[in-house]
Design a protein around this ligand. Structure first.
Ligand SMILES: CC(C)(COP(=O)(O)OP(=O)(O)OC[C@H]1O[C@@H](n2cnc3c(N)ncnc32)[C@H](O)[C@@H]1OP(=O)(O)O)[C@@H](O)C(=O)NCCC(=O)NCCS
Length: 407
């Protein structure tokens, strides 16, 4: 490379960086500014797209055309961080406003910039947090970040963000696993009105070394045959992928739900949407999420569901969820039996390393089930949504593969 050749992270003649709008009046920092995505950003996808897998400019443009309007409809937006002096994209901030009370912020810096990226992320944070809290009046601004990025952590502290929950080994960076931490900034007007719930991290606990429902092993001699397409089975239950034909059964069962206290509350979902989703299972390989039907092994009756969501194949982590459809069958150990199958599948067959879960604070049964299964309390996220007494909180839990195996 000669002195006249632009370095790979500099704007070159072949891929000129989208220019900066000299009229922009806000979200401008010392070295960068934040703006909405433009089609010209397709040529700089590695800089703003937080995926380790590269993408061609043509594919990036196609995705931008589909993704940006779709996300905007769900109140999610990725803002591109651009250098002030030449407009070159250097990272991005995802702002997820899809829940009523919280703005969740996730930062990304161009990996080509190396360790400087953490300082850029800190600058992005300093722009976006006051904008969301003091201008957009969001009750909670929540940062989800890599706990090992010192400049980001220092900036979050300077912005008076407080640790809420910590998921062990939730991020893969630079050849090692790092904790994923959630930091909250609660709006002062709501703190004054509702009182200060305190930092959620105070409610994190130690690993549960002797869970009451320890790592099980399936009974290889169980006599009953597995239903068609099953992945794994216990004495009473089996897990299999959903089929299009399950959509009508699931939506009918959901309409009969007597309890409104858990998850995202009741909703009379349409079987059209479910059959579409079930028909798409397996279209992406490996998938980002995996929802499995829990069936009674003896009769094949659809009983509930368990799932892995937001699977991170590099950190080898995923969120878990479970649901026993009929209220009268809850509290009798079926949920734990189904979860045991999911844990064995996730840890032993998929090779995952950490699983986590969130539960509404007013869902003590689900929390009790998780602790019984060996999950550790990882903290509390404040004011995640509207609740009967104002805002309500959620509990976070995590579980490492070696803890599940028993050390
Ligand atoms: C969460 C769920 C999957 C758990 O499955 P399950 O079969 O009910 O769970 P288990 O019976 O194995 O364990 C539940 C535990 O909670 C305990 N429990 C029940 N009600 C409780 C309450 N109000 N407070 C505290 N503990 C409670 C039970 O005693 C049991 O513990 P034990 O075995 O030590 O007695 C199931 O209850 C369910 O589908 N709930 C509705 C959907 C839901 O909440 N999903 C999770 C959303 S995050």
């Amino acid at each position: 490379m000669t002195a006249a050749t632009p370095a790979p992270d500099e704007p070159g003649a072949s891929n000129p960086a989208p220019g900066r709008d000299g009229e922009q009046r806000y979200l401008i920092g010392d070295t960068l500014f934040l703006r909405g995505l433009e089609l010209g950003d397709a040529a700089w996808a590695t800089a703003w797209r937080p995926s380790p897998f590269p993408i061609s400019a043509r594919q990036a443009e196609e995705q931008l055309r589909k993704l940006v309007p779709g996300q905007q409809g769900r109140r999610i937006a990725r803002l591109v961080a651009c250098r002030r002096d030449d407009g070159r994209p250097v990272g991005s901030v995802l702002v997820d406003d899809s829940e009523a009370t919280e703005s969740v912020v996730v930062l990304h810096a161009d990996p080509a910039l190396g360790p400087r990226g953490a300082d850029l992320q800190a600058e992005m944070l300093a722009l976006v947090v006051p904008w969301l809290s003091a201008e957009r009046q969001r009750p909670v601004v929540r940062l989800a970040t890599d706990a090992g990025l010192a400049p980001v952590m220092r900036r979050a502290e300077a912005l008076e963000m407080r640790p809420a929950a910590r998921l062990r080994d939730g991020v893969w960076r630079d050849g090692a696993l790092h904790d994923r931490i959630f930091l909250d900034l609660l709006h002062p007007a709501w703190v004054e009105r509702l009182g200060d719930p305190g930092p959620g991290i105070a409610e994190a606990g130690e690993p549960i070394l002797s869970p009451r429902a320890p790592a099980p092993r399936r009974d290889p001699d169980a006599a009953l045959p597995l239903p068609p397409n099953a992945l794994i089975g216990s004495e009473r239950l089996a897990l299999r992928p959903f089929q299009v034909e399950d959509a009508a059964t699931v939506t009918t069962l959901l309409r009969r739900e007597p309890d409104a206290s858990f998850g995202h509350s009741r909703f009379p979902y349409s079987p059209i949407a479910f059959s579409e989703g079930f028909g798409e299972i397996g279209a992406h390989d490996p998938p980002e999420e995996l929802e499995l039907a829990v069936v009674l092994r003896e009769t094949g009756e659809l009983f509930g569901e368990v799932g892995l969501y937001g699977i991170d194949w590099l950190a080898r982590s995923a969120e878990t969820g479970s649901w026993i459809y009929r209220a009268e069958q809850r509290g009798a150990g079926y949920g734990t039996e189904a979860k045991r199958l999911l844990l064995e599948y996730a840890f032993d067959r998929l090779g995952l390393h950490m699983l986590w879960s969130w539960v509404k604070s007013r869902n003590p049964r689900s929390q009790a089930a998780l602790r019984k299964q060996g999950y550790r309390d990882a903290g509390r996220l404040s004011w995640t949504n509207f609740g009967p007494d104002g805002f309500e909180d959620a509990r976070m839990f995590d579980l490492l593969a070696h803890e599940w195996r028993g050390g």
